[in-house]
Design a protein around this ligand. Structure first.
Ligand code: NHR
Ligand code: GAR
Length: 207
């Protein structure tokens, strides 16, 4: 059985979409833990409701980024993860941690990368006047928000959109594409060639 670990910082709706899909579609994965860098993350309560073990590794408790990264890396290694999914995880991870778990770290980012890497993506998309926006699932590399793209989903930007209405439209797509990609990673259906990738169909999926 493959081991899955989910990292969160807040609400945890993407985490929940993965836990729900795993349960409904019977992936047969072992969700080893949900780890939050904030003790007050709402997602921790959701994880407990799903019966998943939770851990808090609070970045604020560590004297440096390196010390936090080291503690997180040790906790992750102990869980022997096959896939580590960042679900609204808000701390940039250092090169050492990324190298150690290379190919196993995946993130969902709320923009059509390579547009709008970093934070406040919806506000910046509105500011720039783009007509289409969306979400990207990508492998985590040392180059922030620039790892190999595994899947994207597009939504229109509508007249009168605010940061909130646009974020909500994107979030619906996040919850659709992220569980599918995590499943493909667990099932070894992801092929990576530099920045170009392919996801092979599941054995039981019709053509
Ligand atoms: N780490 C690496 N090495 N590479 C990536 O691609 C990563 C990553 C860690 C997180 C998520 C990312 C996003 O989807 C992610 C991708 C946080 C920040 C950030 O600046 C930027 C990008 C992402 C997540 N965080 C601040 C920091 O100083 C803290 C902000 C806060 O705590 O609220 O780390 O957008
Ligand atoms: C999601 O929109 C996710 O794409 C984004 O934050 C939200 C988290 O929601 N991630 C980032 O901005 C990463 N920097 P959630 O906690 O409900 O999944």
């Amino acid at each position: 059985m493959k081991n899955l670990v989910l990292l969160i910082s807040g609400r945890g709706s993407n985490m929940q979409s993965i836990l729900q899909a795993e349960r409904e579609q019977r992936w047969g994965a072992n969700v080893r833990a949900v780890i939050s860098n904030r003790a007050d993350a709402k997602g921790l309560e959701i994880a407990r409701a799903y019966g998943v073990p939770t851990q808090v590794i609070a970045h604020a408790d560590f004297p440096s980024r390196e010390a936090f990264d080291h503690a997180l890396a040790e906790a992750l290694a102990a869980l022997e993860p096959d896939v580590i999914a960042l679900c609204g995880f808000m701390r940039v991870l250092g090169a050492e941690l990324v190298e150690r778990f290379a190919g196993r770290l995946v993130n969902i980012h709320p923009s059509l990368l390579p547009a709008f890497p970093g934070l406040h993506t919806h506000a910046r998309a509105l500011e720039e006047g783009v007509k289409w926006h969306g979400a990207t699932v990508h492998l985590v590399s040392h180059a922030l928000d620039h790892g190999p793209i595994l899947e994207q989903a597009v939504v229109p930007v509508l007249d009168g959109d605010t940061e909130q209405t646009l974020a909500a439209r994107v979030l619906i797509e996040e919850h659709r594409i992220y569980p599918a990609v995590v499943r493909a990673l667990l099932e070894g259906r992801v092929q990576v060639d530099g920045l170009r990738t392919r996801i092979h169909p599941a054995a039981d999926s019709s053509p």
